[in-house]
Design a binder for this molecule. Structure first.
Ligand code: C2E
Ligand code: MG
Ligand code: MG
Length: 693
């Protein structure tokens, strides 16, 4: 040992320069040496401790601990280190020290000294604890985050992940650690992933983008993710990804999409989506030259089911029909519901050859028709339905979408008019006829507002040829076409519903005329027969209308005769009878027009509160030539007689016919023999002529 260490002062100086607390105790744990750093650390002077065991500074239990620890070290014989509390007198606080103690013995092995080094670790320990605490906090936050977070090594292996991420992918951390990013990525995302990897390579980050993970049960979970590449302190690179589970958002999006583009009842595409698909189909067809077809399908008599059984049954039928339709078409084809009982089917990729394409489409349409014709079980109701289908082929953009749809609709209409349960291809002539009809309908509306309609009067006489009154027959004084007869517009007016305002106008005009005739004795007793169409009669407020017109005009109700046809009365007989009775109660009478052309049974006729039966002109016309008609006319008159009704013949053109009818008991007559239908002024002349005779 160098001599310098034998000098105690030199020794003291040496330890004093050391920046670490050093002290030496003897075998009795009494302080023998202490450096400056130790004085500072303990806030004491060595002089206060020298030769003592410091028991003056510590409570007895702590002292006992120090002493027994020292004894243990001496008996242990080797260096130990441990944490212990020490007192800092100037700070007046306990602090934590990390103390190293090494026992020294003499040659005989007797304990001499304990060489002690102590470091105040209070502050570092505290910051370490704080550090641990904040790490825990971070971990909690990490796990509580609603966003999934995961760390992957650069080769894609999962290193760590928070709870949210684990629940998104349905794996435990252990399982995840055995997986790579690619194990969770469906193959279909390969291209997208390659782009993201490229972004990671060039910009050290990727996303945000959307993909799907395959979770532990093999299901797809839609996620939105982005991430960064981070280099750790050891230089190792890894990828942190932030992952948002977007399942709910996707469901909401899907619901919105569903509502916007699908029919809620049948789940089929709606009109909007249909138009979209058609546009695409047109483009595909334009590219590949193949034909496509559009079918308009309408269920026959659907309204009857809806009206009689209620909408619930109607809905059931529509759902079943949509299933059957889907089963009849291919995957690439579209079945859409336009609303009500109207469906549209778009067939794609039919033949390039038009005829072949037509027969392909027809075959499918025929399958559909057959499928929809087979029995339905709607709850307890066994139901049978048929359909009318219109087809039009398309190829590329040769025709506009609107036109093609219109053509398919026309073809469907044609199938309906062909007696329903039928398939029809679009026919351009039909289209022209329909367009003319549409124009006529428009013009008819105008005619009403511009008062282009007028009434002609055709005289009705008794067997003495004395005027009884007239039938009013409508005419349309068309500004370009001249006088249009009713056969050319009444059927369309009935179909379009325009017959209702038109019929009302006729009734008002006739009643006004009756009222006007009241003032002259020559005309005061004349009756007027007004034709009432089925639709008009079937209106819920028809009775009220008649009453209103009578009141407004002040006409005598007993001079008004309403002509109904048999078919008007066939439907809902009880209701019809009740209505007629209410009107009869006002004093009005009823006549059955065109009698003999319908299907009236005697039984049924007997129940109707009629005044008169009008023998149809078809029988009258052939009285002279057709023995069958002779028999029919005779039978009708006899029957009328039996029922106590009045008989009138229409279409009487010859004396021969008149004589025959008169001979067989027909009470009244109408026809060209007496006068054609004429305008009012002319009619009044006809009247005076008859009265003179
Ligand atoms: P309808 O009620 O059976 O009227 C009789 C039709 O026979 C009238 O035809 C009349 O001109 C025609 N006629 C009368 N006498 C003879 C004859 O001797 N020989 C021949 N060949 N025909 C004769 P019009 O005026 O063309 O009316 C046709 C149909 O139009 C009417 O048949 C009626 O069903 C309907 N109609 C006319 N006016 C109205 C109306 O105001 N309302 C409704 N709903 N229908 C009307
Ligand atoms: Mg008539
Ligand atoms: Mg008639």
């Amino acid at each position: 040992m160098p001599k310098i260490f034998e000098n105690i002062r030199a020794m003291q100086a040496l330890v004093d320069v050391l920046p670490i607390a050093i002290f030496v105790k003897d075998a009795e744990s009494k302080f023998q040496l202490m450096n400056k750093a130790c004085e500072a650390q303990w806030g004491m002077n060595f002089s206060d401790l020298q030769g003592t065991d410091a028991s003056q500074f510590f409570p007895p239990d702590q002292m006992a601990w120090f002493l027994s620890k020292d004894r243990e070290i001496f008996s242990g014989g080797c260096q130990v280190d441990f944490e212990e509390t020490f007192w800092n007198a100037s700070l007046k606080q306990n602090r934590l020290g990390h103390t190293y103690k090494k026992p020294i013995y003499d040659e005989s092995g007797k304990p001499l000294y304990l060489i002690c080094v102590t470091i105040d670790i209070t502050d570092s320990k505290k910051s370490l604890q704080e550090l641990q605490l904040s790490e825990e906090k971070l971990r909690t936050m990490f796990d509580m985050s609603p966003l999934g977070m995961a760390r992957n090594s650069m080769d894609g292996k999962f290193v760590e992940a928070n709870n949210t991420f684990l629940s998104i992918v349905g794996h435990s951390l252990d399982e995840l650690n055995r997986l790579s990013y690619w194990d969770l990525t469906p193959e279909s995302y390969a291209q997208q992933e390659a782009e993201q990897l490229e972004s990671l390579r060039t910009k050290s980050k990727y996303g945000p983008y959307e993909k799907e993970y395959i979770n532990s049960s093999g299901q797809r979970v839609p996620v939105r993710l982005n991430g960064v590449q981070i280099e750790g302190s050891d230089g190792e690179k890894f990828i942190w990804s932030i992952v948002e589970d977007v399942t709910e958002r996707k469901i909401a999006e899907q619901q919105i999409h569903q509502l916007a583009f699908f029919d809620p009842l049948t789940k089929l595409p709606n009109r909007r989506l249909l138009l979209d698909r058609l546009q695409q189909a047109f483009s595909v067809s334009a590219r590949n030259g193949q034909h496509g077809a559009i079918m308009f399908l309408d269920l026959d008599n659907f309204k009857t089911l809806n009206d009689s059984k209620g909408h619930e049954f109607g809905d059931l039928l529509l759902i079943e029909v949509s299933k059957r339709l889907l089963s009849c078409v291919g995957d690439g084809d579209t079945v859409a519901r336009l609303g009500g009982d109207e469906f549209v089917i778009v067939l794609e990729t039919l033949s390039i050859n038009q005829e072949e394409a037509a027969s392909q489409a027809e075959l499918i349409a025929e399958n559909i028709r057959t499928s929809l014709n087979s029995a339905y079980q709607l709850h307890e109701l066994a139901y049978h339905s048929t359909s009318s289908i219109g087809i039009v082929l398309f190829r590329g953009h040769l025709e506009s979408l609107d036109n093609v749809l219109k053509y398919a609709d026309t073809a469907m209409y044609q199938a309906k008019t062909a007696g329903r349960n039928a398939i029809r291809f679009f026919d351009p002539n039909m289209q022209a006829a329909l367009e003319a009809r549409a124009e006529l309908e428009n013009e008819m509306r105008q005619a009403l507002s511009e008062q282009q309609f007028c009434l002609y009067y055709q005289i009705q006489v008794d067997s003495q040829r004395q005027p009884l009154g007239a039938e009013v027959l409508i005419r349309w004084a068309h500004p370009q076409r001249g006088l249009v007869p009713p056969v050319q517009f009444i059927p369309l007016a009935e179909e379009s519903g325009l017959i209702i305002p038109i019929g009302l106008w006729v009734l008002q005009a006739a009643c006004a005329q009756l009222k006007a005739w009241q003032h002259s004795p020559q005309t005061a007793a004349l009756t007027l027969a007004v034709n009432v169409s089925a639709k008009q009669f079937q209106q819920a407020d028809f009775v009220a209308q008649v009453k209103q017109v009578l009141t407004d005009s002040g006409a005598n109700p007993s001079l008004l005769k309403l002509e109904l046809t048999e078919s008007t009365l066939l439907d809902k007989v009880e209701e019809a009878i009740a209505k007629m009775q209410e009107i009869i109660a006002m004093g009005v009478r009823f006549s059955i027009d065109d009698f003999g052309t319908g299907y009236s049974s005697l039984q049924y006729l007997k129940r109707l509160p009629l005044y008169q039966i009008k023998i149809d002109l078809a029988f009258v016309r052939d009285i002279a030539s057709d023995p069958n008609d002779v028999a029919i006319v005779k039978a009708i008159i006899a029957m009328t007689e039996a029922l106590g009704l009045n008989a009138i013949a229409e279409g009487v053109e010859s004396e021969e016919q008149f004589n025959f009818l008169d001979k067989h008991g027909c009470h009244a007559h109408q026809g060209f023999l007496f006068s054609r239908p004429v305008p009012l002024l002319e009619f009044e002349q006809v009247l005076s002529k008859f009265m003179q005779d």
